[in-house]
Structures are given as structure tokens and as C-alpha cells.
Design a binder for this molecule. Structure first.
Ligand code: HQG
Length: 187
């Protein structure tokens, strides 16, 4: 069974294009697991019908906590690009968070701040290891930025929990961003 393919399809359905699966997300991004399964199974693209245990298995084996199941409903915890803004719970972040990005994006980020770009929220990492993994999706030698959340909150910024390693916010102004270091040891 190709669980990576299934996981990517669930991300696509819950973060980016629920309408292609005739799914309607609730305010927090949940849909009934059974509705998601019927929509996925309709295409007949997997070698057998997917069941709720397959989704639970994906959640269990994944290195990232992308989805959450609660009361027979499932949602993506972060990453949304759909027009309807998913409601997140505001929370107190650690005083410093991190963001892994490319050298190419750095001048723009330092000038304009971190923006959500195509997503609903800016995604921040709880630790440098996670930020490095995020940055390496785009560049072999990413830049790690340090975000002074305490100072940003004093100026009115609001942070939301994605999962235990991913924090979300609307934007981060340049004065709260510092280049942590570059990963020269990997060069
Ligand atoms: C950059 C994955 C120019 C930003 C990851 C990033 C994460 C700017 C890119 C989650 C900018 C957006 C999200 C500005 C920000 N000018 N570039 N002003 N502000 N950027 O993919 O944080 O595996 O939307 O630095 O692990 O890379 O899918 O955000 O490079 O948790 O579960 O614009 O997606 O999770 O890229 O990644 P993204 P991200 P999954």
C-alpha cells in the first residue's frame, strides 16, 4: 500500500482543494472521515478501498503530525491554502521560534517580513532541527531565521498552534526577525 501517496492526497483534499472531493470543511477544517474515504475511494486509484485504519496508520507512522482525528472527523493541522480561513486557537508561543527558508528569499523577508505567501498563515518551527527540515525542502543549505515572538506579541502579533512543532501566525514584521546562522557545516 502506497501510504505516502494516500497522505499526499489527504493533504491535497484537506488543505488545498476540498471542493474537488465534494467536501465541505467546518470552521476548524474538519470533515467526517467517512466522507473523505468515500471521496478518495471513488477514484478507484488505489489497489483496494481505503478504510479509516489506513488513515490512522498514516498518522501513526508519519514523522510530522499533519492530521488530527477527533470524533470521527479529520482535519489538516496546518498548510491550508483554501479561501475560507481555518480558525486556529491563539496560544502563547515559546519566546523564540524559527523559520527555515532560502538565501534567495532572505532579502525580501528582511525587507517585508515573513508573509503567508500562498498559505493562510506563516509557518514557524518550534526548534532549529524542524526549521532546517522545512528549509531543506527548498534549498540544500537553508537559512534559519530566529523569530522574537515575545517582542512581536508586545506589538500585537497573535500566534496559533499547528502541532507541537509547528506554530502559525499572520505575518512577522522584519524587526522581529534575525538570521540565526547558515548551515555551513553541511557544505
Ligand atoms: C517564503 C510543510 C519572499 C518562506 C513544511 C517560504 C511546513 C517569503 C515560502 C509547511 C516571504 C513559502 C509550510 C517574503 C515568506 N518574500 N518569500 N516576504 N515570506 N517567504 O511552503 O514555511 O510537509 O508556504 O520563507 O514542513 O516553507 O507540507 O511555507 O520559503 O511546516 O506537511 O515563502 O509546509 O509541511 O513556502 O512550509 P510555504 P513553509 P508539509
Amino acid at each position: 500500500m502506497d501510504y505516502i501517496r494516500l497522505s499526499k492526497e489527504i493533504s491535497y483534499a484537506l488543505r488545498h482543494a476540498p471542493w474537488k472531493y465534494e467536501l465541505e470543511l467546518d470552521a476548524e477544517g474538519f470533515v467526517p472521515v467517512e466522507q473523505l474515504l468515500s471521496a478518495i475511494n471513488e477514484s478507484g486509484k488505489y489497489d483496494r478501498a481505503m478504510i479509516a485504519d489506513d488513515i490512522r496508520h498514516i498518522i501513526e507512522i508519519s514523522d510530522k503530525q499533519r492530521f488530527e482525528i477527533s470524533d470521527d472527523k479529520i482535519r489538516a493541522l496546518y498548510g491550508h491554502t483554501i479561501p475560507m480561513r481555518i480558525q486556529k486557537v491563539a496560544a502563547m508561543p515559546p519566546p523564540v521560534l524559527y523559520h527555515g527558508t532560502t538565501h534567495k528569499a532572505l532579502p525580501l523577508i528582511l525587507a517585508k517580513g515573513l508573509l503567508p505567501m500562498s498559505r493562510q498563515y506563516v509557518h514557524l518551527s518550534a526548534d532549529t532541527e524542524t526549521a532546517e527540515i522545512v528549509g531543506k525542502r527548498r534549498a540544500p543549505h537553508p537559512v534559519i531565521l530566529k523569530i522574537n515572538t515575545a517582542a512581536a506579541m508586545q506589538e500585537g502579533a497573535v500566534f496559533y498552534i499547528g502541532n507541537e512543532k509547528v506554530w502559525l501566525c499572520d505575518s512577522v514584521a522584519p524587526q522581529f526577525i534575525e538570521v540565526k546562522d547558515e548551515i555551513w557545516h553541511l557544505l
